[in-house]
Write a protein that binds this ligand. Structure first.
Ligand code: ZN
Length: 413
């Protein structure tokens, strides 16, 4: 999707801001000799930025305004290595809230709703983002934060929360708990706003059917404000994103070239009005595509497809490239399997072996099921995986993100 005139002017202002502050990208622009854009074609001459650049700028090297204008920082979870710190001005916090409010509105949530917020509060952008948008909307926030399922369910019943905000893992955990206790008729949930990790269609269906609620996928990343930069509408035709705040490109992850609208690739984001830490052509490593055409809802905001994975999630097994999404799609044709699975990759006799654990209830013949799943893998992905069928509830459920892929090839001696 080509950059429009307004967006181009906004990018020029972002470039000027970064050069003036002489932050990492300002320096890079000067080196590259691209300081202002005069046409849409110029845009792709701008260098990319990567998560590593942001790490190198730790702690406050991303700041592109005088420090007295910064009102808050957030940090990405940083499970590996140096974390990333993103400084926000008051306007950044406000813009983010406006985007998030728009997300709730696209999901049909109003000031009469009671929104139970279960993502974490603190350094990361999750809980506080959901809260900021909720308050701007004028709805009632129930700021639970993560965990303590007992208390979550009590508040859900006592306060008659109508909206649940959660990761998909935690939404599943809560749904299964509510089902187990047989208390669905005591809760008033109508909608779920689910973010922060890729989830399978199967998991979505399970949460939606157990709780009897509509689900909305919210998109975002700490480096670009946080959650709230896009969401699906009631027509569920992909996620609308806010092109008055952001410019999105889809590029081939290998070559970095733009791909035509409709084709899959990596999402690259440029902020248009950010003050504290503007980012130009930031490589998200999230895989999606632009959905061409107009949504039946009539909104003018463009759409991307649900995130299908991360470019760095690709597993190379016996020379075959495998994405988690392919595994989920293979499992999806077996209604007798749950949404949960676990992959373990290790070396066995010098060869990479993939073991896949899948769950089913006790009513199936495990051996026979194992053989059918194994056949499906061979014909669909092209190699033999070792399938282990285990009983429902055996695999770990998580309150945050569920780690379904364990690659032991580089850790085991
Ligand atoms: Zn729509």
């Amino acid at each position: 999707m080509e950059i429009n005139k307004t967006q181009l002017e906004q990018v020029n202002r972002q470039l000027a801001r970064m050069m003036e502050s002489d932050n990492f990208y300002g320096k890079r622009l000067k080196e590259a000799g691209v300081t202002q854009l005069s046409s849409p074609e110029d845009f792709t001459r701008l260098p990319f930025s990567e998560k590593q650049d942001l790490r190198d700028a730790y702690p406050l090297g991303l700041m592109a305004c005088p420090e007295e204008e910064i009102v808050r920082i957030h940090s990405s979870s940083g499970t590996t290595g140096t974390p990333v710190i993103i400084p926000y001005t008051a306007k950044d916090v406000d813009d983010w809230g406006e985007m998030f409010k728009r997300c709730y509105e696209f999901a049909g949530i109003t000031s009469r709703d009671r929104i139970q917020i279960t993502p974490g509060y603190g350094l990361w952008t999750a809980g506080i983002g959901f809260q900021n948008g909720c308050e701007k909307l004028g709805a009632m926030a129930v700021p639970m934060g993560p965990g303590n399922t007992e208390k979550q369910i009590k508040m859900m019943i006592d306060l008659q929360s109508t909206v649940l905000c959660a990761t998909s893992s935690y939404a599943l955990l809560l749904a299964e708990e509510i089902e187990k206790r047989g208390i669905r008729d005591q809760i008033a949930l109508k909608k779920g706003v689910i973010g922060s990790e890729r989830w399978s269609a199967k998991m979505r269906e399970r949460i939606s059917s157990v709780l009897g609620i509509e689900l909305y996928d919210i998109y975002g990343l700490t480096e670009i404000y946080g959650p709230g930069i896009g969401i699906n509408c009631e027509h569920d035709t992909g996620m609308h994103y806010w092109d008055d705040y952001l410019y999105l490109e889809i590029v081939d992850p290998e070559t970095g070239e733009n791909v035509p609208d409709g084709e899959w690739g990596e999402i690259v984001i440029t902020t248009l009005v950010k003050e504290g830490a503007p980012l130009i052509r930031f490589r998200t490593h999230d895989l999606s595509r632009i959905i061409p055409g107009e949504c039946p809802c009539g909104s003018r905001f463009p759409r991307i497809d649900a995130i299908s994975g991360r470019s760095d999630d690709m597993m190379k097994i016996k020379g075959v490239n495998v994405f988690p999404k392919q595994i989920e799609e293979t499992l999806a044709v077996f209604p007798e399997l749950s949404s949960e699975y676990q992959i373990r990759i290790s070396y066995h006799d010098g060869k990479a072996v993939m073991r896949i654990y899948v769950e089913t209830d006790g009513s199936n013949d495990f051996k026979e099921l194992q053989r059918r799943v194994s056949d499906a893998f061979r014909s669909r992905i092209g190699f033999t995986a070792m399938i282990y069928v285990v009983e429902l509830g055996f695999l770990p459920r998580s309150e945050k993100k569920t780690n379904r892929i364990i690659d032991e090839r580089f850790t085991a001696e």
